[in-house]
Design a binder for this molecule. Structure first.
Ligand code: ADP
Ligand code: MG
Length: 582
């Protein structure tokens, strides 16, 4: 179980000073705590034998006040250092997980649910933080304070100690059972809470549809049902908690009853002093917490290690291979692309998404790829920057297998506008430069002109510094697409890939944007997927895909002569353009 926590070792070493200060303060507080009953004993004994003076009693009182103040100070110190340590562990672990996630190949994301990753990033890290912080405290406290208290009790009377300890295993065991039950109920309540939040969010986001269809009762009942489940989950939790404390007091009082009965007799017989008798009762009370702590910590560490195992599951995922050769190509890429008998299967799929494809694109050419939905266009495009991995040698750029090109160089040489125009909640400027350094003003102006964003930006109150996303401006589909085109153009890459990148822009604007792009990119390679004939026909070569196979190759005029797949697509498109179906 402890093996699971191994990745945390470095953080414990890094934070060792804070940990040492924190844990020694904790032990110091524990020790001080153990001396209070000793003072009580002395005070009572001096009273019983009639030696007590008001000066002596004041002295004892002052000692207790002194101890209490010191304890308060050192309690603050250990909480600060130990919890500070656990927060640092949390932070480092979260950063490490996120950093690692960024290195993982896309294929990892095909088989992993985002919600699941989010849960690990939030709940599991939380459980680990608890184990590394309060869990550590409870463990130290439970063991050290528990043993020391028993030691002080044994010092008073061995037999009495053994008898009074009879209920303690029950306290430990009972805490173990109850905290486990509470843990399950707590997770259930958390789960329902996230469902409740989601249903409220959905009901508010979809308010327009709900109103339009008069479906308020439906929306209301969904929220209401989730709300009721949430309350009943919490009532379960409250019930368990309601059993816990009364049971604890019951156990403690059972111990107390035994001590009064047997310890009282020992006092009468003169085996122990009245002071010892009272001190013993104090120690018994002190012992309740370490027993509870041990029960609790067992669960906390179990839960922490289960979470740690899930986190390790992510950390053990193998990062995508950046460079397969020791001396990868880091030079300038011209942009000649060659696919040789390219075949590709998605994991777990029995039919290939691409089969036996041979394509040659000269540097500086503009080519188009066309085909119906699911014919493999996007898959083919993603193979070029190695977002989707193929066998070595199937894809070459400038005669170099892409696996021999430095991955950073490869991806840096390709401007890829994906099918979904992804915008981050940040300013327009940051969405375009995307963390790149040293983007010149002229280039920026040029790119904004080409993507025709300049006009839109002028109409926003904060111009290029307007914030996009949930709390800012909502862009139309076409605006988003044009923005992602600007993002690709800003690095002026040797290879530009547009995957259906202008589908939501009207035909005339698309033609204008394309004109300017081709003009700017004279001599560079462009790969375009589009459904618009006006766009496709301008390509030097058109490749037609059907069910993962390359079925036709040629320019627009030549393909029309063949009168097969391309002609079919062409006629369908022409019809929809005539019908104004844009
Ligand atoms: P297109 O872009 O031409 O519409 P895609 O390249 O997106 O086609 O998809 C080609 C085929 O691969 C389709 O049958 C699609 O269902 C399948 N496919 C795409 N992505 C995945 C994936 N992540 N896992 C499994 N199959 C996929
Ligand atoms: Mg696609």
């Amino acid at each position: 179980m402890l093996k699971d926590f191994k990745p945390l070792k470095t953080y414990f070493i890094e934070n060792r000073i804070a940990l040492i200060i924190g844990l020694s303060s904790l032990l110091f507080v524990d020790t001080l705590q153990l001396f209070i009953p000793r003072i009580i004993k002395k005070a009572i004994d001096s009273l019983t034998i009639g030696q007590a003076s008001s000066v002596l009693l004041l002295k004892y009182a002052l000692i207790i006040v002194g101890i209490a103040i010191t304890m308060a100070i050192f309690r603050y110190i250990w909480r600060y250092f130990v919890f500070g340590h656990s927060r640092k562990v949390e932070k480092s672990l979260r950063n490490r997980i996120y950093k690692h996630l960024q290195t993982l190949p896309l294929s990892f994301y095909w088989r992993t649910k985002t919600g699941d990753l989010m849960a690990r990033a939030v709940n599991d890290i939380d459980a680990v933080r608890m184990a590394a912080g309060i869990g550590l405290v409870a463990l130290t406290d439970g063991v050290v304070l528990g043993l020391a208290t028993i030691g002080f009790m044994l010092y008073i009377d061995i037999k009495l100690t053994l008898i009074s300890l009879v209920p303690t295993p029950f306290i430990f065991y009972f805490t173990l059972i109850i905290t486990r039950k509470m843990g399950g109920e707590f997770r259930q309540a958390q789960q329902t809470f996230s469902e409740l939040t989601e249903s409220v969010r959905e009901a508010l986001a979809g308010i327009r549809v709900i109103k339009a269809y008069n479906r308020q009762p439906w929306g209301y009942s969904r929220v209401k049902d989730n709300g009721e489940t949430y309350i009943s989950n919490n009532l379960d939790l409250a019930k368990t908690l309601a059993i816990f404390f009364p049971m604890m007091t019951l156990f403690t009082n059972l111990g107390l009853a035994v001590v009064i009965w047997i310890g009282g007799r020992l006092t009468i017989l003169g085996n122990i002093t009245t002071g010892d008798f009272v001190a013993f009762i104090s120690y018994l009370n002190l012992l309740t917490w370490p027993m509870m702590a041990l029960g609790w910590v067992t669960n906390s560490i179990q839960r922490g290690s289960a979470s740690m195992r899930r986190i390790n599951g992510i950390l053990d995922e193998v990062p995508e291979i950046t460079n397969q050769t020791t001396n990868p190509f880091r030079g300038v890429i011209r942009g000649e692309i060659c696919l040789k008998s390219l075949t590709f299967y998605y994991p777990q799929e029995k039919d290939p998404a691409l089969k036996d494809i041979d394509i040659r694109i000269e540097a500086g050419q503009t080519i188009a790829i066309v085909g119906g939905v699911g014919s493999g266009k996007s898959t083919l495009l993603q193979i070029i920057p190695r977002l989707v991995e193929t066998e070595r040698g199937m894809v070459q750029i400038d005669e170099i297998p892409i696996h021999d090109i430095d991955l950073k160089n490869l991806r840096g040489s390709i401007g890829f506008v994906t099918q979904e125009a992804h915008i981050f909640s940040d300013t327009i400027l940051n969405n375009i430069i995307f963390g790149r350094q040293g983007v010149g003003k002229d280039l920026m102006g040029n790119v904004l002109e080409i993507s025709q964003l300049a006009v839109d930006i002028n109409s926003f109150p904060n111009g290029i510094n307007s914030i996009l996303g949930e709390k800012g401006i909502t862009l139309s589909g076409g605006q988003r697409q044009r923005l992602t085109i600007a993002r690709a153009l800003i690095s002026n890459p040797p290879i530009l890939i547009l995957d259906d990148a202008l589908s939501q822009v009207d035909t005339r604007t698309e033609a204008n944007i394309l004109n300017s792009i081709l003009e700017m990119r004279d001599g560079k390679t462009n790969i375009i997927v589009s459904h618009r004939l006006s766009t496709i026909r301008r390509a030097d070569i058109i490749f037609v895909l059907k069910a993962g196979k390359l079925v036709e190759v040629g320019d627009h005029a030549a393909l029309l002569v063949v009168r097969k797949e391309y002609t079919r697509l062409y006629e369908r498109q022409q019809l929809s353009e005539e019908l104004g179906g844009e």
